[in-house]
Design a protein around this ligand. Sequence first.
Ligand code: 13P
Length: 253
Amino acid sequence: MTNKLVYFIGNWKMFGDISQIKSIKLLHQVSSKFKKKRKRNKIVLCIPNSLINFFSKNNKYKSISIGAQNCHHKEGYGAFTGSESASMIKKVGAEYIILGHSESRLDGDNNKKIKMKIQSALNANLTIIFCIGETLKEKRAKKTFSVIKKQLRESLNIKNNPRKIIIAYEPVWSIGTGNIPNMSELKKIFIFVKREIKKILKIKKSPILIYGGSVNDKNIAKFSSISEINGFLIGGASRSPKKFVDIIKNYYT
Ligand code: 13P
């Protein structure tokens, strides 16, 4: 295995409370252990907005960063009851933000809105974790590549800073189901997505592309065979510190 940087990003969704600050020590320990073995890794916890300030103030580990899970598409401040802008999220200590998650798309996000969110989050100097992926219906209709291409083309543009963008391929049919893609199909999708991103952002360097959907400590080893994978977006299993730590351990061993 090469010495590439691997992201382990937890998405807590609408779960969690301040008592879970304890879990970051365990994550820091496992991160340091592998860094000493020259396995470069980065852990990000994307937590509910209500916890961001507390977690960022109490997190003393450089190996761990805090992120949010969505924001309003308008910048700055405004009359948008119940919403928070990217800059407000940044001010309380987030460094990363998930945008375009399929659960947010179900709640009204579309490619156009996500494009505005990406721009406002980049303006706020957040690193984007931009989620793309097809539904089961689209997969069965063999539309995976066209759906992904449309999502990428309608939300990204050449003005976006590629160093601040992580793309997460999360097939909707895999989220929370225990089903993961066939590894040879996944490799093809990763090669395709990287090629598309390079075209859209007009870059030569390989973009950061991670996988999300039912990643756990039992199946993680399978993914290490795909060299194009730069990390993981982990839902359910990231809420248990033990499971999260075991995912990292089993990826490397
Ligand atoms: P699960 O890992 O629970 O399938 O969730 C994936 C996800 O939605 C991460 O953003």
